[in-house]
Design a protein around this ligand. Structure first.
Ligand code: GLU
Length: 286
């Protein structure tokens, strides 16, 4: 059965871009008479807040959406993620990283913007690692791409792909060859949370039987990383549908950090859910 999801992080109030994304996934589920799952991705202890989670449920209900219950909250499942991390560690596919964001940035020098995403610092020297461990310094676990490549073998590594039913930012569609190196040796377990986005999201998509991932084009690159993780852990490959990003009146995309107009503010200003759905191109809904 068709199953998709909307997976917001409770780090702020939802805005029109979220409404568009949620409606896109929900409408696809309805059209296919499939499942629609709402998942709260709250593994970032510094940025997530319970009041934002409550607001997400309120905003989506106002918009006219319904979803399966109980809603999965990632912070309730840290043991599951730890088990997946332990599996990868046991196979030698991860390495400890004690570096801070700042030391990595400094080591990159004048590297172009965006290089932060593609860092591959590699394991520490064993003596240094032992000393840092002895001192009790916190560390992250990074995916060791070189080892992953060896483990999968050249044919599998170069043959990784996914089906894009929508479009990537450059118009990519159809069968897409995965570029596993695109984001570098990604962190799979953060220092502070014991898990990180790519691991938690792939784990939950598999666990919840999500076979269609519908989300914004801003996560197109993430799909390359996620297909690699799914392959390493033997999890099924969903098909993907990346949708365009909604632009605000100034032509820039909506983002939480810009404090774009929130659904709560629009509602308080008298906008009805019906009018918003029509504006976003979902006039037949509700
Ligand atoms: N939690 C992610 C976000 O809010 C979305 C995850 C996903 O759709 O894969 O950006």
């Amino acid at each position: 059965m068709f199953a998709t999801r909307f997976a917001p992080s409770p780090t702020g109030r939802l805005h029109k871009g979220h409404a568009f994304s949620a409606l896109t996934a929900w409408s696809a589920a309805k059209a296919a008479r499939g499942r629609f799952v709402l998942r709260i991705e709250d593994i970032d202890p510094t940025r997530c807040r319970p009041e934002y989670e409550a607001a997400i449920l309120e905003d989506l209900a106002w918009l006219g959406l319904d979803w399966e219950t109980p809603v999965r909250r990632q912070s309730d499942h840290l043991d599951d993620y730890a088990a997946a991390i332990a599996d990868l560690r046991g196979r030698g596919l991860l390495y400890r990283c004690f570096r801070t964001r700042k030391t990595i940035l400094d080591s990159l020098g004048d590297a172009p913007h965006g290089a932060m995403e593609a860092v591959r610092p590699g394991p520490h020297d064993p003596a240094e690692e032992a000393e840092r461990l002895r001192q009790g310094q916190p560390f992250a676990w990074r995916l060791w791409l070189d080892r992953a490549r060896e483990a999968l073998g050249e044919a599998t590594w170069t043959g990784l792909s996914f089906i894009e039913e929508g479009q990537g930012p450059e118009g990519e569609t159809g069968r897409i060859a995965v570029r596993p190196e695109v984001a570098g040796d990604v962190v799979l377990a953060r220092k502070d949370a014991g898990v990180a986005y790519h691991l938690a999201v792939t784990h939950d998509d598999a666990r919840q039987g999500i076979n269609h991932v519908i989300r914004g084009q801003d996560l197109f690159e993430a799909t390359h990383v996620q297909r690699l993780i799914q392959t390493l852990l033997g999890w099924p490959a969903p098909t993907y549908r990346h949708h365009r990003l909604l632009a605000g009146p100034d032509g820039r995309r909506y983002a939480k950090r810009d404090r774009s107009v929130t659904l709560a503010e629009l509602r308080a200003g008298g906008l009805t859910a019906r009018a918003l759905r029509a504006e976003l191109g979902f006039s037949s809904v509700g």
